[in-house]
Design a protein around this ligand. Structure first.
Ligand code: ATP
Ligand code: MG
Length: 425
């Protein structure tokens, strides 16, 4: 026998019945996708579809050189045919901004867009952390006020409600604008330099390039020192403070609970002012299910006109795990499994199935013959609500038998012309 192939580590199949170790079924994926699509439509977000591959430099420029993503997680290579340096997208915002600038999408005014699809990061594989994972993302371009990021949060709160997820905590922070952050960086660097002995290797490397990221460190040895570090909030000017106050007011007015987490800085460089994460304690270490914030200078730094913007990315695998935790289920079982035994019945079954489909039902037609008994087992296993049974006698009489497969109900025989109506009951 030839060797079997296996999928690459960190890359998973999504199977109709779900995967080993409890991975969700495609039906549950569809449920999440349907609800997400509907909810984002309710807020005027429109779908944009972007390539999975972009110039590597786009991510270096937007996500930032001294970030986990660019330093160690990006699938980037040189195209053997033309030498282009290209990368699988590790996140969605960069490509989205590239498209907005390339097509002047804000020429006629602000735009709200959303997307959904795979992202790629070469990470340590663990629960809730794949190398190909999927995000639903939304971005709003041309809106400067804090009501827009607040609205994105309100939209996510609705999404959680409609998905049956409760108990996720909203953490917010404000990281100021570029100038304020620059001043704060100097303060932070000076502070960390006083504690060089406590800094780990990552932190030392980032000390001058990206000291804010040190605040984000999970190293237990550094926690007390980080906790005592100067706070960004104290470095904010009038406007940034007002923006932050406005952001909080909009959330309060919408009845959305939140906590201020002054260590929340986000792993990507392009953010400014409002940043936020939705966090659950139910998924272990990988507890952030959605994260985002404002990025008012990114459009300009990628060659567009100055355009305020904000957005978020939601991790679909983590949300699906949470849905499973809350007992949310979904099915793609057909309405009807059509059992057919005998030559005439086998010939008639596909036509009868078409009539039922014309009436809006989904029908699995048994194929491959076999006894009534073995076919009824398949019918049961299919998850269908009803078996419709067709033998040569029924064909001759123009009838079919209906057997409810879930719950109570006797088998009964009806005329084929009455079948749709009988099933609709
Ligand atoms: P983390 O701190 O967990 O690495 P991050 O800050 O790198 O997250 P973002 O770039 O903000 O993540 O992506 C937004 C969301 O996408 C995350 O909150 C998470 O739900 C999801 N996500 C990110 N990386 C992965 C991954 N490797 N596998 C599964 N989901 C992921
Ligand atoms: Mg990460």
């Amino acid at each position: 026998m030839a060797d079997k192939f296996q999928s690459i580590k960190g890359f998973y199949d999504v199977l109709p019945d779900g995967g080993p170790d409890g991975r969700p079924s495609t039906a549950l994926w569809h449920h999440l996708e349907d609800v997400a699509r509907r909810v984002m439509g309710m807020y005027g977000y429109r779908n944009i579809r972007l390539p999975l591959v972009e110039q590597t430099h786009l991510f270096v420029r937007s996500v930032g050189e001294h970030t986990d993503i660019v330093e160690k997680e990006m699938y980037a290579w040189e195209d053997a045919l033309n030498g282009d340096r290209i990368a699988l997208r590790p996140e969605g915002t960069a490509g989205c901004v590239r498209a907005v600038v390339e097509h002047s999408l804000t020429y006629n005014g602000p735009q709200r867009v959303w997307y959904m699809g795979p992202m790629f990061r070469h990470e340590n594989v663990q629960k809730g952390r794949q190398r190909q994972f999927h995000q639903v993302g939304a971005e709003a371009f041309g809106y400067a006020g804090p009501e827009t990021e607040a609205e994105q949060i309100i939209m996510l709160a609705r999404l959680w409600r409609e998905l049956g997820i409760t108990d996720v905590e909203l953490q917010i922070n404000t990281i100021g604008d570029a100038e304020e952050r620059h001043a704060y960086r100097q303060t932070l660097i000076a502070y960390f330099e006083q504690h060089m002995d406590l800094l780990d290797e990552d932190a030392r490397r980032r000390l001058h390039a990206n000291p804010l990221r040190i605040l984000d460190s999970k190293n237990p040895r550094m926690q007390a020192m980080i906790e005592a570090a100067p706070k960004m909030f104290d470095a904010l000017g009038e406007e940034s403070r007002a923006h932050y106050e406005g952001f909080c007011e909009h959330l309060r007015a919408a009845g959305i609970d939140f906590v201020l987490n002054t260590r929340l800085v986000r792993g990507l460089d392009y953010y400014n002012r409002s940043v936020f994460e939705w966090v659950t304690t139910k998924l272990g270490a990988q507890g952030t299910i959605a994260a985002g914030g404002r990025y008012d200078t990114l459009v300009e730094s990628l060659g567009g006109k100055p355009t305020p913007a904000c957005g978020f990315g939601m991790g679909m695998e983590r949300v699906l795990m949470l849905m499973q935790d809350y007992g949310v289920t979904a099915t793609d079982a057909p309405h009807v499994y059509l059992v057919n035994a005998g030559e005439a019945a086998q010939r008639a079954a596909p036509l009868l199935a078409e009539r039922l489909r014309d009436g809006g039902l989904s029908v699995s037609v048994h194929a491959g013959g076999g006894s009534f008994k073995s076919q009824m087992k398949k019918a049961d296993g299919s998850g269908a609500a009803f078996a419709v049974i067709l033998g040569d006698d029924e064909v001759a009489a123009g009838t079919a038998a209906i057997k409810p497969l879930r719950g109570q109900g006797e088998q009964r025989t009806v005329a084929q012309t009455e079948l749709l109506a009988a099933l609709a009951e």
